[in-house]
Ligand binder design. Structure first.
Ligand code: IFM
Length: 437
């Protein structure tokens, strides 16, 4: 069987996020986050699940690093819980929170695993939401920058890879327009405002991270994109696809890379209320070292009710070609210095049988998406690494623990970890630095 080899320094990683795995919600001085409040509000999360215990990674991180070592991971992408560091969002620093990430980073480095730290994967301190409306207030820009400064001062001697936000589309739009995520609001204009503030906060934090992590710092941001296709060349479908693409795939990257919002969006009623102050777009477009791409599926405009592609447990179509198309497009349209696939993976209804978890569909999903990465590299895309989502099963936001994305199974009664067949498959890919064709 032919073998698609990856470049020699390609980074093989796995990703997680603080609220989804850490648990220990009330320990060592951690403050309340908007996801604590949201998940404890009846009716917001399936089965009333919360992140109070999650996968208990806060206590079990040495075991989890052993799992990473067993996989042969080069890199681990995790996020920092802002309310562990600044329980009230600002004000006194909680040293015990910083100590946790210190221990985590030291243990990763001792295991020869490169840490990729994300500052914001959605767990905003509730105090900031209560006092000022969170991302709705421009004050958040300074507060986020201060938080970035504190964390990177402490970890920047050892953590060189930093990302500001994970999926700003989701925490702004899904949280403030769709109401499906914390803080659960439903106001599209407000979502546009929160997005602008999130972008400003990103731009303001970039030089701070660079300064504190020194000359080797690699600073980026992570976007979730779903390429849009149409079922035909019908002009109406094409127009619909173009607008969807502007919202879904261009809204955040163009200000960061080009310093402008897409024209199509500037003409919408949602953007009409947005006050862009002088200097904002320059701040937002501070040069970054890499763009992270989270890819799960595509969107097909014009598909009728009879369209029934193969889907994951999330109901998302499995469409690996979307990943190579997207990587090539990002490279051609925006010329980032480097790209990483910072998340890719699939939820399926996994079960334990005889102490094992056989997940052939996830193995196949990974194989096909890794082939898509190889195809993009072949076309000249500067793809430097791949992070599977996720290292382990975790709290899938409004779907609680009902969706399992891990290559490691987590028994939520005992917190026992069981590597799935996909973990063994990923280990073999890493060992071979390649995927079969
Ligand atoms: O679990 C999430 C993650 O937090 C962000 N990206 C998508 C994943 C799957 O929905």
């Amino acid at each position: 069987m032919a073998h698609l080899e990856f470049p020699p320094n390609f980074l093989w990683g796995a990703a997680t996020a603080s609220y989804q795995i850490e648990g220990a919600a009330n320990e060592d001085g951690r403050g309340e986050s908007i996801w604590d409040r949201f998940s404890h509000t009846p009716g917001k999360v399936e089965n009333s699940d919360t992140g109070d215990v999650a996968a208990d990674h806060y206590h079990r991180y040495p075991e989890d690093i052993a799992l990473m070592q067993d996989l042969g991971l080069d890199a681990y992408r995790f996020s920092i819980a802002w309310p562990r560091i600044l329980p009230q969002g600002q004000g006194p620093v909680n040293e015990a929170g910083l100590d946790f990430y210190d221990r985590l980073v030291d243990a990763l480095l001792a295991a020869n695993i490169t840490p990729f730290a994300t500052l914001y994967h959605w767990d905003l301190p509730q105090a900031l939401q209560d006092e000022q409306g969170g991302w709705a207030s421009r004050a958040i820009v300074e507060q986020f920058t201060h938080y970035a400064d504190i964390v990177s001062r402490r970890l920047g001697d050892r953590v060189k890879h930093w990302t500001t936000h994970n999926e700003p589309y989701v925490f702004t739009y899904v949280g403030h327009a769709e109401g499906v995520h914390a803080p659960g609001l439903t106001d599209r204009k407000l979502a546009v405002l929160t997005a602008h503030h999130a972008l400003l906060a990103h731009g303001a934090a970039v030089p701070v991270l660079r300064e504190n992590a020194g000359p080797d710092a690699q600073v980026g941001i992570v976007f979730n994109f779903g390429p849009i296709y149409t079922t035909s060349d019908d002009p109406e479908l094409l127009a619909e696809a173009r607008l969807k693409d502007a919202w879904g795939n261009r809204w955040f990257i163009e200000p960061v890379v080009n310093g402008t919002y897409p024209e199509e969006l500037m003409e919408t009623p949602e953007f009409s209320a947005l006050q862009i102050e002088p200097g904002d777009m320059d701040l937002i477009s501070a040069p970054v070292d890499f763009i992270g791409l989270n890819y799960y599926t595509r969107h097909l405009v014009g598909a009728g009710p009879d369209w029934s592609p193969e889907r994951t447990a999330m109901g998302w179509e499995i469409f690996p070609q979307g990943l190579s198309d997207l990587l090539v497009r990002l490279h051609k349209d925006y010329h980032p210095k480097a790209l990483y696939v910072t998340e890719n993976g699939a939820a399926f209804d996994d079960e334990v049988t005889g102490g094992q978890v056989h997940d052939p569909r996830r193995v196949e999903y990974l194989r096909e998406h890794l082939r898509a990465c190889a195809a993009a590299i072949e076309q000249g895309v500067p793809l430097r690494g791949y992070f599977v989502w996720s290292l382990m099963d975790n709290f899938e936001w409004s779907m609680g623990y009902s969706k399992r994305f891990g290559i490691t199974y987590v028994d939520y009664e005992t917190c026992q970890r069981i590597p799935k067949d996909s973990a063994a498959y990923y280990r073999s890919v890493i060992k071979a630095n390649g995927v079969d064709d």
